[in-house]
Write a protein that binds this ligand. Structure first.
Ligand code: FES
Length: 200
C-alpha cells in the first residue's frame, strides 16, 4: 500500500505517544524529545501491553507496565527489574517506516524506497474521522485512494486518507497558504456529513 498519512505532526508533539490504526494494524506513533517520529506495532514484546500507553523518556519509549525502555530502533535498552543487564538484541518492538514531511506523519507498513508523497504547497489543517469505508470514500471521491487526493475546483485542498478499518477512515486535510483554517474545517465537516449520508 506504500505511504499512508498516519497523523499530523502537530498532534504528536515531542515527548508524546499516541495510538493510531492503519488498515487494521494498531500502531504506537511517538515523537522523541529531539523530534524524531517512530511508528511501532502497539504491543510490548514483554507481556503485550500497548506501547501507546507508555511514556517517552528522552529518545526512548518506556512501557507503562514493567517499564522496559526501547530505543529509537525499537531495541530494548533497559529493564528496570534488572538494571545491570544488557538486554538481548532479540528483544525488539516491531517497527515500521515512519517519516515526518510537510507537517504530516507518514507511515508505511511495507518496505519501500520511495519518498513520502508530495502534498504541494499546502499546510496541514486538521484530521477528521469519516464513518464510511475506504472503498465508499474512494467511490464518492471518484478516486482509487491515492495517498493524497486533491479536491475542489481550486485544487487548493488536499486530503490524505488513512484507511482505518473496513468501516472507517481518518481524513487529514491540507490547504494552501492563506486559507482560513476555520473555513477549511467547516468544508471538511460538510464533506463528511454529505459522504456519510450517501454511504448510509
Ligand atoms: S509488558 Fe511492557 S514492560 Fe512488561
Amino acid at each position: 500500500m506504500g505511504w499512508i498519512a498516519g497523523g499530523l505532526c502537530a498532534d504528536v508533539p515531542p515527548g508524546t505517544v499516541v495510538p493510531i490504526c492503519v488498515d487494521g494494524v494498531d500502531l504506537a506513533v511517538w515523537c522523541s524529545q529531539k523530534g524524531t517520529f517512530s511508528a511501532w506495532g502497539d504491543r510490548c514484546p514483554h507481556r503485550g501491553m500497548r506501547l501507546s500507553h507508555g511514556f517517552v523518556r528522552g529518545e526512548t519509549l518506556s512501557c507503562i507496565y514493567h517499564g522496559w525502555q526501547y530505543d529509537e530502533a525499537g531495541s530494548c535498552a533497559y529493564i528496570p527489574a534488572h538494571p545491570a543487564l544488557t538486554p538481548p538484541k532479540t528483544i525488539c518492538a516491531k517497527s515500521y517506516l515512519c517519516s515526518a514531511k510537510d507537517g504530516v506523519i507518514w507511515v508505511s507498513l511495507t518496505e519501500t524506497t520511495k519518498e513520502p508523497p508530495d502534498i504541494g504547497n499546502r499546510k496541514p489543517v486538521r484530521s477528521l474521522p469519516f464513518d464510511c469505508s475506504p472503498g465508499d470514500l474512494g467511490r464518492l471521491l471518484k478516486t482509487n485512494l491515492h495517498p493524497v487526493i486533491v479536491v475542489g475546483g481550486s485544487s487548493d485542498l488536499a486530503l490524505a486518507v488513512q484507511p482505518v478499518s473496513d468501516r472507517t477512515c481518518m481524513v487529514h486535510a491540507l490547504a494552501a497558504e492563506g486559507h482560513d483554517p476555520k473555513a477549511v474545517s467547516r468544508q471538511l465537516e460538510d464533506m463528511r456529513r454529505a459522504f456519510e449520508e450517501q454511504a448510509a
